[in-house]
Write a protein that binds this ligand. Structure first.
Ligand code: ACO
Ligand code: LMR
Length: 260
């Protein structure tokens, strides 16, 4: 007799029941031997799509440009702090990844969502900024703590220059650059940032909005692993903040009154 069992989960992306994994149906070894690369695997597993050579080159460049940004940013700093506390690789990297959110690195999805919304609804830049201010707050993908018109972010220039040199339509990127023209005049650090640039480009090449933060998370994981290994190799000591780095604004020491 046949027994029917309701499946516990349903997957639509991969299958490992043969002698090797298939990504959206394509055997991994065949992908390798036919010259496909990591960006193609991302395309298959995140969007169930065999992306073109040109799209793969764009993704490769996005990953190279966002793999690390030094030890001082929230993610790397958290991983370094953990490494110095003797925490293992996966947990220390997880600590860094937890920092990726609306202010640092994790603005890609929302930047893509809102730039796309503006383009789909044919909004003018001023209209978009008023809409964002009224309904959502800071525009994701705009603004940087240290980069500005006077201290431009070369990563952004590099990616924009490359994508604009290709023969493809880039409505989201064009809109994002128009937004920057207005915001950066208001305050010179309100530039189009790395999150916003990759978001616009990735929407323009058809990636689903919900996958977008994945591109920063994946790329920055390369850097976070590097920071953990670096601290480990140096046998770094436990980090404890120095008092002079803290503004102690709590009440001065005082006598505890008798218990009533
Ligand atoms: N849209 C509109 N106004 C903004 C934005 C924005 N994206 N960012 C800052 N402002 C305004 C603030 O309202 C504030 O105005 P006020 O002086 O009138 O009060 C002023 O600019 C300064 O804001 P701060 O938050 O102090 O600026 P800070 O340097 O701390 O911000 C940050 C940097 C967090 C990146 C900010 O610009 C932001 O939240 N941007 C949106 C999120 C984002 O894209 N993050 C990814 C950054 S890139 C990366 O992490 C790889
Ligand atoms: C980064 O790539 O980590 C950043 O742009 C954030 C920063 O503050 O440098």
């Amino acid at each position: 007799d046949e027994v029917m069992v309701a499946p516990l989960i349903r997957t639509t992306i991969s299958d490992d029941r043969g002698d090797e994994p298939c990504y959206d149906g394509y055997p991994a070894s065949e992908l390798i031997n036919k010259g496909y690369e990591i960006p193609h695997v991302i395309g298959l597993l995140w969007d169930k799509r065999l992306i073109s050579k040109q799209e793969a080159e764009i993704i490769k460049r996005i990953m190279m440009l966002s793999a690390d940004h030094g030890p001082c940013v929230s993610g790397a700093y958290a991983t370094i702090l953990a490494a110095c506390a003797g925490i293992g690789l996966s947990q220390a990297v997880a600590a860094g990844l937890i920092m990726i959110g609306p202010r640092f690195g994790g603005a890609v999805t929302d930047a893509g969502r809102f730039f796309k919304y503006a383009v789909d609804n044919k909004m003018a830049v001023d209209e978009f900024l008023a809409y964002m201010k009224k309904n959502h707050g800071p525009v994701p993908g705009i603004g940087h703590r240290v980069k500005s018109l006077r201290n431009p972010d070369k990563r952004v220039k590099e990616l924009v220059g490359y994508v604009k040199s290709l023969n493809i339509k880039t409505p989201c990127l064009d809109f994002a650059l128009e937004v920057e023209k207005v915001t950066a005049v208001k305050k010179d650090n309100l530039i189009l940032n790395v999150d916003g640039t990759m978001a616009a480009v990735l929407v323009d090449i058809g990636f689903p909005v919900d996958s977008l933060n994945g591109f920063f998370i994946l790329s920055r994981t390369i850097g976070l692993i590097g920071h953990w290994v670096d601290q480990k190799r140096q046998e770094s000591r436990l980090i404890r903040l120095f008092d002079y780095l803290v503004n102690y604004a709590a009440p001065k020491r005082r006598e505890v009154p008798p218990l009533k």
